[in-house]
Design a protein around this ligand. Structure first.
Ligand code: FO1
Length: 307
């Protein structure tokens, strides 16, 4: 059984590749919830929705997030009424947020996620990192910004100074995440190519989680989100530069500070070294499901070789 840690777009793509090659009980995807926020009275969980839509094959593949073939009547009407229009909620996507918000009083996020994923035809386990509320706050040269204000409203332009996770001390890993870690059949933990700082760090910041991951003594392998030092999508490289960490395999290994047994890197970075961390060189750009499946197969084979 494989446990994958994922955030938004990049992570979701590899998660889809893993889902394509693993049986229903062979994969648990634990998703970052630090990006979640209350918006217009709705509980919006971007990374959970991006992972679910991507595994269901209904995501807007060019954009990464949101749904394919979306319409925007709600946003058009909202704008005309002078509502907050900086965060785009498509008409179909809106149904997810409305339904989740209607259920969150009586059901926890894990239950809602399992229900929505099943209704989208997903057979693998998708679990939030926690059922308690965690909110990523980005400290910038414009002050402390709630995640979506930094990432979407300000387009990640402010200089990144640091990151904090409101509620993290009271948050526990979700039951589904703990079950995956404790599963006797667990053979490897994969850190999907999401933003190391914005998407993976909130998961690792859950009290006691890092020790639980390393305590299983199974290989922990990251797929680098960088190719030739640049992020495939989003501000990951900009942020690493702003906190002074190299976007090289060695920089990634150093950032995760001893957690990783291996890193999957792109051919562009062949020849790089990362201290004692094993490297597997391949094509890491995922253009389509075939790339996603191939990268997933290679990552699993590499992780198993470290076992
Ligand atoms: N990202 C944007 O850059 N602009 C948006 O308007 C936007 C809306 C949005 C709505 C639903 C959703 O699930 C994701 C959305 N995202 C948008 C992406 C989102 O901000 C990021 O994917 C994650 O928070 C970070 O990975």
């Amino acid at each position: 059984m494989i446990l994958a840690l994922a955030g938004g777009v990049g992570g979701a793509r590899l998660a889809r590749g893993l889902a394509a090659i693993l049986p229903a009980d062979g994969l648990t995807v634990a998703v970052n919830t630090g990006d979640d926020f209350e918006h217009l009275g709705l509980l919006v969980c971007p990374d959970i929705d991006t992972v679910c839509y991507t595994l269901a094959g209904i995501n807007n593949t060019a954009q990464g997030w949101g749904l394919e073939g979306e319409s925007w009547s709600f946003m058009d009407a909202l704008g005309k009424l002078g509502g907050e229009a900086w965060f785009n909620l498509g008409d179909r996507d809106l149904a997810t947020h409305v339904l989740r918000t209607a259920m969150i009083g009586r059901h926890d996020l894990s239950e809602i996620t399992a229900l929505l994923a099943a209704r989208m035809g997903i057979v693998h386990r998708i679990v939030p990192m926690s059922d308690q509320r965690v909110r990523t706050i980005v400290d910038t040269d414009e002050g402390a910004l709630p995640f979506q204000h930094y990432f979407v409203r300000r387009r990640a332009e402010p200089r990144f100074r640091g990151i904090g996770f409101e509620g993290i001390d009271e948050a526990r890993p979700s039951a589904g995440l703990l079950a995956a870690i404790d599963d006797p059949a667990l053979e490897a933990i994969i850190l999907c190519p999401s933003n190391p700082v914005l998407s993976i760090t909130p998961i690792l910041a859950l009290p006691g989680l890092r020790d639980r991951l390393t305590g299983r003594k199974v290989p922990i392998v990251a797929v680098s989100p960088f190719i030739g030092g640049r992020a495939i999508k989003g501000p990951a490289a900009k942020i690493m530069d702003e906190i002074g960490i190299a976007t090289t395999p060695a920089g990634l290994a150093a950032y995760f500070n001893g957690l990783l047994d291996g890193i999957v890197i792109d051919r562009t970075d062949a020849g790089e070294v990362a201290g004692g961390v094993a490297l597997h060189v391949t094509d890491t750009l995922m253009r389509d499901i075939d790339d996603q499946r191939r990268l997933a197969m290679e990552t699993l084979a590499f992780a198993r070789s470290l076992g």
